[in-house]
Design a protein around this ligand. Sequence first.
Ligand SMILES: [Fe+2]
Length: 296
Amino acid sequence: MQLASSPETSATSAPYPFDIRRISDVAGAEIFGVDLKQPVSDTLKDAIMRAFLEFHVLVFRGQDLTKDEQHQFSLNFGTLEHHVGRLADGTPFPIVHTVTNLDADGNPTEKTVAKGNYHWHTDKSYHAIPSLMSMLHAKEIPPKGGDTQFANTRMGYASLSPAMKERIADMQVEHSWEASRRNVGAPPPSEEQKRERPPVTHPLVRTHPDTGDKTIYLGHHVSHIVGLPKDESDALLEELTEHTTQPKFTYTHQWRQGDYTMWDNRCLLHRARPNYEVGRDRRLLHRTVIIGTKPY
Ligand SMILES: [Fe+2]
């Protein structure tokens, strides 16, 4: 295994026990020379988490994990979370579920794509305890496009004017599964799903629990800012979303088959891009999500 360190590694921090290269100044580093099928030592796990906090998006190249192997690897980083949605037949998603444009017969189609993912969001912010980390493993990738885009909400917050920081400092935002569906034009959830997932409120300005950085916490699961008139809430949410998703704060990941990505939902928004031939080319990834902590 090659020993290398990123350009950012200072004399006071240990080098990474793998070959790691920054992809973007916003977020993202690619890692070579680690086989995620193998058991993860404490040393390796600590190094992965260190890199995760430094780069926010990690991309392990050239992996080939089964769903069971992805399940085992994911468990190194916390408790796995089930998905709130249902498959077409009404059954819950499996713990390692599939993100794809393939139908039951394995043919590409627009119909199976969760189009809500085309909108900026942070995973499961409609939960009182939202996601810490999401992982996607690319099994089949279109020859062109099908990208995933990330926006750095720490940079977004840091670049706000002092007046805006003061204005939003104590704001609370309601997030809900129902609002999420409404915001993307999807059919409303069932009464049972609404009972299972009542609305929650989170601070608009979130403190990253591991780094202490302040971030803007919003996305398409948001209903409104508590206590503001609807027009004002809508306008402010739009302004902040546009601000933190400017190209200078985003990284677009162009997938390679075998990529295994891990990203930090506490300081990033993300969205899928429909920039491929959805009805023609195959795209299939396996997903796992790790539960986080209550935002503050
Ligand atoms: Fe997502």
